[in-house]
Ligand binder design. Structure first.
Ligand SMILES: Cc1cc2nc3c(=O)[nH]c(=O)nc-3n(C[C@H](O)[C@H](O)[C@H](O)COP(=O)(O)OP(=O)(O)OC[C@H]3O[C@@H](n4cnc5c(N)ncnc54)[C@H](O)[C@@H]3O)c2cc1C
Ligand code: SF4
Length: 530
């Protein structure tokens, strides 16, 4: 047993990095345990020509199968788990699309009678969104009418040929579009260089323009004496007879079991890793898993079903060049009672695929066939296809769960998580609507062929809701500032604490929440456990 630390964070991804950086100014001893490695950007697929063929950077932990990954049973969900385990977490692979939730997202029950209201509102998070934008270096264009006023940090990324084509379609229909906020640097920022349009963002950015957490927050946190212990996998959180967390049992780099004492434990393992760890932390006092007196740990899992609608153009659209996203539309975000579903979605434009991706998707969708037309059909798609993805709001339902699998374990023998999830009727209607509208947009933009894919089965990259926040301990796992209702020195800062999912990518909100919770801890340091 080593000396106790003041704060022990589990997970060095988007939220772990943000909370560590913010708490560092307290000069407490802060240690973050991360099961994965530090990344070496020179080994990213984007540093080589075979970047589309590298299985070791697959989105799916089950396909990747690194020793630092844990398998996830995703046979009972149409949407498969996608993540990355390492310093930087899933931001190593994320595309950096960086919307915020809307003010209405925090009041879904009040406005629409579904889901639940959050115990905080947009105004509470607004300063933390701003602080996070600064740390991350968000490229954006001020004045987007979809949001309350917010400041731009870096100039927007170029629209490119695909963004211009799509914008023409939205303009013809009179529908909202705007240059997308992006965690990709349009100009040098905080020691990181600008984007050079490699187009490989979602397999790691060797240029360092994309703000993965290992190169945005961690260098600052480490300079302020936070320690990251990589290749340390936490098995369980220990508690004393008063129900307070005392530390964690983990496996170190050599695979040897260790115990680390801590005054405060913060979980940042994402919406699957966090409930898994809580459910694996059994004790006499908490026989159903730690912090689980509500029975809600692992329930209300949300993951944003996606629909992709593709348009093929006669002119090149630079589909394989540049950061993934260029424009977004919030036209269909808010509830409209004339539709047959509640809530809504954002359109995230995606420039397109590289040469291999074009072949795979074209073949899968029957647009590139074997035979004498094969090359011609490939040429028709490559660099001529761009698409709109609808990120559909997923409402919380207790039957959608992360539980422990009865047989599957990771390389240390720790029980693995299992996802059980079905897409709701409301979301299915939204997916269909989004394809119909995207078809109109792409046709208005001049696409000669339009087709779609829904849901994106590989797209389980947003993990939310499995340890929700709330004021009522019988209806939530953590309180309105991220502290467990049951265990007064245990905090959760990742996407697990979302009450509803909104219809936007979550990382901007996840990091804003982590900064907000860090501030709440700092403000209460004298009486944190009252
Ligand atoms: C391909 C892809 C594209 C994406 N694109 C976008 C996008 O454009 N915009 C957006 O907003 N979001 C995007 N996301 C999602 C985004 O990456 C996540 O929302 C974000 O990283 C979640 O942050 P987190 O801190 O909750 O978890 P993570 O960043 O996943 O970090 C969790 C960390 O905890 C560690 N951990 C877990 N369990 C343990 C344990 N027991 N012991 C020790 N360590 C542990 C893991 O190894 C991991 O490093 C994308 C994700 C993927 C995979
Ligand atoms: S397009 Fe820009 S952000 Fe994406 S990988 Fe290349 S340099 Fe990095």
């Amino acid at each position: 047993m080593t000396d106790p630390v003041d704060v022990l964070i589990v997970g060095a991804g988007a939220s772990g990095a943000a909370v560590a950086w913010s708490l560092a100014e307290t000069r407490m001893r802060i240690v973050c345990l991360e099961q994965g490695d530090w990344m070496n950007p020179s080994e990213y697929p984007s540093a080589g020509r075979d970047w589309e063929a590298r299985g070791d950077f697959s989105y799916s932990p089950n396909e990747r199968g690194r020793s630092t990954d844990y398998p996830i049973n995703d046979t009972s969900t149409p949407i498969k788990a996608a993540n990355f385990n390492g310093v930087g977490g899933s931001t190593i692979l994320y595309a950096g699309h960086f919307p915020r939730l809307h003010p209405s997202d925090f009041r879904v029950k009040t406005l629409d009678g579904v889901g639940d209201d959050w115990p905080i509102d947009y105004e509470t998070l607004s300063p933390y969104y701003d602080q996070n934008d600064q740390m991350v270096g968000v490229s954006s264009h001020v004045g987007d009418p979809a949001y309350p006023d917010k400041q731009a940090v870096l100039p927007p990324l170029p629209l490119g040929k695909s963004g211009e084509a799509l914008a023409r379609g939205f303009n013809k229909l009179g529908w909202h579009w705007w240059p997308a906020d992006s965690a990709v640097a349009s100009v040098p920022h905080d020691g990181r260089d600008k984007c050079i349009n490699l187009g490989t963002c979602a397999s790691g950015c060797a240029q360092g323009a994309k703000a993965s957490a290992d190169i945005s927050y961690w260098p600052h946190a480490i300079r302020n004496r936070v320690e990251v212990w990589s290749r340390c996998r936490v098995r369980e959180i220990t508690v004393d007879s008063n129900g307070m967390a005392t530390g964690v049992i983990f496996y170190d780099k050599e695979g040897v079991e260790q115990y680390q004492k801590a005054e405060v434990v913060i979980l940042a393992c994402n919406g699957i890793g966090t409930p898994r760890l809580l459910l694996n932390s059994l004790s006499n006092r908490f026989p159903d898993g730690l912090a689980n007196s509500s029975g809600l740990v692992g329930k209300n899992f949300m993951c944003h079903p996606y629909a992709a609608t593709y348009g093929v153009f006669e002119h090149p659209v630079d589909s394989y060049i540049g950061p993934h996203n260029c424009i977004w539309s919030h036209e269909f975000y808010e509830t409209d009672l004339t539709r047959d579903f509640l809530r809504g979605y954002i359109y995230e434009s995606v420039r397109g695929y590289g040469p291999v991706g074009t072949g795979i998707i074209g073949t899968k969708l029957g647009k590139i066939r074997w035979g004498k037309e094969h090359h011609e059909e490939y040429r028709r798609l490559f660099d001529h296809m761009t698409f709109l993805m609808a990120i559909c709001e997923d409402l919380p339902e207790e039957k959608n769960t992360v539980t422990l699998d009865s047989t599957l374990t990771d390389s240390h023998g720790i029980p693995s998580p299992k996802i059980t999830y079905t897409i709701s009727d409301n979301t299915n209607k939204m997916l269909k609507f989004s394809i119909d509208r995207a078809t109109e947009i792409l046709k208005a933009a001049g696409a000669t062929d339009v087709f779609s894919r829904s849901p994106l089965t590989e797209g389980g990259w947003h993990m939310m809701g499995t340890a929700r926040m709330g004021l009522d301990p019988s209806r939530s796992v953590v309180n309105e500032w991220g502290r467990s209702h049951d265990v007064k020195n245990l905090f959760i800062v990742d996407g697990s604490i979302f009450v509803t999912s909104g219809g936007v990518n979550p990382t901007s909100t996840i990091q804003a929440l982590a900064l907000y919770i860090a501030d709440a801890i700092k403000k209460r340091l004298g009486n944190l456990f009252e």
